[in-house]
Design a protein around this ligand. Structure first.
Ligand code: ADP
Ligand code: ZN
Length: 432
């Protein structure tokens, strides 16, 4: 049932005692790094004064901009020759940040992935096809070492090359996939093109979906098409990468590995903590990383804590799937919209295909939103009235949710640009 039972089922009180002990150590370690030394002095914070977990709130926040400014070595807390690996973020919102690991850091990271995969039901008899980019991106190597340690045959295929992916799944009886959700949707179109039915022609049973926000509806579509159980995998390179929070078999929120990460949820405006169940920005502190501790990192990801115990028996608290990152938020005609809201609505409509794109334009003082949506092929050969009524329906559905009326364009399958990595959902042509 458990990879590391003792730690995964530790009572919250004991877990908090462990967190406090680690917080004291990590704050003292961080004081060795030029960036934190300076930050602590500036804010008159003395790490030796930490007495309770609440004292974490006296530590100043760290942001992505801080990491960019301290580039490349400003956050190192150990001599450079202790490091064995470098990774970087994807650079979704600007210049990438770099993260360094010692051998022990990699070891701890790998364990969080073993736990995560094991709790979904993956075992050593599984064949694991890792469809994430290898290299600086953390999704590839992070899972790779986890799966090997778990003992599963690991296929390090990396991203892209859809036909080859499908061939590998069939030839080597792949049972577990690690895949970006938007790519999983795209790949389902390739399966159809090849007349391969994953339910009939493969032995897939589990997928790990990570790296980008996706809705419950998208998970449902993927589970339905591939005939497997899909689990949400959350992480960010600043906190190692994957293995920060992961769904268990209950699929009711993601357990945050609290022995490795101290979690806070704050109101992004007031920076005060919010109550359990209230949405806010996730703030994380590495509790174990010796090479490059990062304290109170503002992830910009929005979620809330799900209170109460989980039926799986794990005690580490759960968060809801991420609804978006604050810097993803679109402001159109004064209305705040997250791309995942649009995704969710679209994926509820059965004739909608696997891809969509949001285009923003400005005419005079007016912002316009155009949503381009791939829809099933049959609609283009049949009665065009059907196409028009679907277009109207999508427009209506979106308007009822996002409160503005976008223009909706329907296009044939596989016509919108796709990426092997994180989906690029928004093209903002508005110039300020
Ligand atoms: P970047 O910040 O440049 O995108 P990363 O590759 O480190 O670089 O990506 C981490 C970010 O990806 C997270 O902060 C989050 O916004 C997003 N992300 C990762 N996994 C998930 C997930 N399961 N659900 C929603 N968003 C996710
Ligand atoms: Zn659980």
């Amino acid at each position: 049932m458990f990879w590391e039972e003792k730690i995964e089922t530790m009572q919250q009180g004991d877990l908090q005692a462990l967190q406090l002990e680690r917080l004291k150590k990590i704050a003292a370690d961080a004081d060795q790094a030029p960036f934190y030394k300076n930050l602590f002095v500036k804010n008159k914070f003395d790490p030796s004064t930490i007495r309770t977990l609440d004292d974490v709130r006296r530590i100043p926040f760290t942001t992505k901009e801080d990491l960019r400014e301290a580039w490349p070595y400003g956050l190192l807390a150990v001599p450079k020759d202790e490091l064995v690996r470098m990774h970087s973020s994807s650079g979704t919102t600007g210049r990438s940040t770099v993260i360094f690991h010692t051998a022990r850091d990699l070891d701890a990271w790998t364990d969080t992935l073993c736990r995560s995969m094991y709790m979904t039901g993956m075992r050593k008899a599984d064949v694991f096809q890792n469809m994430m980019t290898y290299g600086l991106f953390t999704g590839g190597l992070g899972f790779h070492y986890g799966a090997e340690r778990l003992g599963a045959l690991t296929i390090p295929v990396g991203a892209g090359n859809s036909k080859r992916q499908i061939q590998l799944m069939r030839d080597f009886d792949t049972t577990v996939l690690h895949i970006i959700p938007s790519y999983a949707l795209h790949l389902s179109g390739v399966f159809e093109e090849l007349s391969v039915d994953p339910r009939r022609d493969t032995r897939l049973r589990i997928a790990f979906l990570g790296a980008e926000p996706h809705s419950e509806k998208t998970r449902g579509r993927i589970e339905e098409f591939y005939g497997l159980k899909a689990f949400n995998s959350y992480g960010l390179s600043e906190m190692n990468g994957p293995g920060v929070a992961f769904e268990c078999q209950c699929q009711a929120g993601l357990h945050v590995w609290e022995d490795n990460f101290l979690m806070e949820i704050i109101d992004p405006d007031t920076l005060e903590p919010v109550a359990d169940g209230v949405e806010g920005e996730l703030v994380l502190t590495t509790l174990k990383r010796e090479g490059m501790p990062v304290l109170r990192y503002r992830t910009k990801d929005l979620t809330h804590i799900i209170a109460g115990p989980c039926a799986c028996g794990r005690t580490h608290r759960r968060i809801e799937r991420i609804t978006g990152r604050t810097d993803d938020m679109l402001i159109i005609k004064g209305v705040n919209i997250f791309p995942v809201q649009i995704e969710k609505k679209l994926m509820e409509i059965s004739d909608v295909g696997n891809n969509f794109q949001i285009i923003l334009e400005r005419k005079g003082y007016n912002d316009h939103m155009i949503v381009r949506v791939e829809v099933v092929k049959e609609l283009f050969s049949g009665d065009l009235k059907q196409l028009e009524s679907l277009r109207k329906k999508i427009m209506e559905e979106l308007r009822s949710d996002i409160l503005i009326t976008p223009r909706v364009d329907l296009v044939e399958p596989n016509t919108l640009p796709k990426t092997e990595g994180k989906a690029v959902r928004v093209i903002d042509n508005r110039t300020d």
